[in-house]
Ligand binder design. Structure first.
Ligand SMILES: [Zn+2]
Length: 86
């Protein structure tokens, strides 16, 4: 009985970790529950944390200060220079 509780507990921990890493918490919880929490954890560690940072889709580099600014910004938030809009 304790084994099942421990199993479910660690599956929940893996699911929680996944959600803090911007990944599907419920998906990793299910994976851990069905296969093994250890396998779920290994999968999660292999997949790594998903960064929700600037991407080339949303950001461009300011020509003056080389900082990343939003693509549709008209003014750089770092140095205040005017940006050409495409
Ligand atoms: Zn700038």
């Amino acid at each position: 009985m304790e084994l099942i509780i421990g199993w479910a507990f660690f599956a929940a921990v893996v699911g929680f970790m996944a959600s803090t890493w911007n990944r599907s918490g419920f998906g990793y919880f299910l994976l851990s529950l069905i296969l093994s929490p250890l396998i779920g954890l290994i999968f999660l560690l292999l997949a790594g944390r998903r960064e929700e940072g600037p991407t080339p889709d949303t950001h461009v580099k300011c020509p003056d200060c080389k900082e990343l600014v939003l693509k549709d910004a008209r003014k750089c938030k770092h140095c205040g220079c005017q940006l050409a809009t495409q």
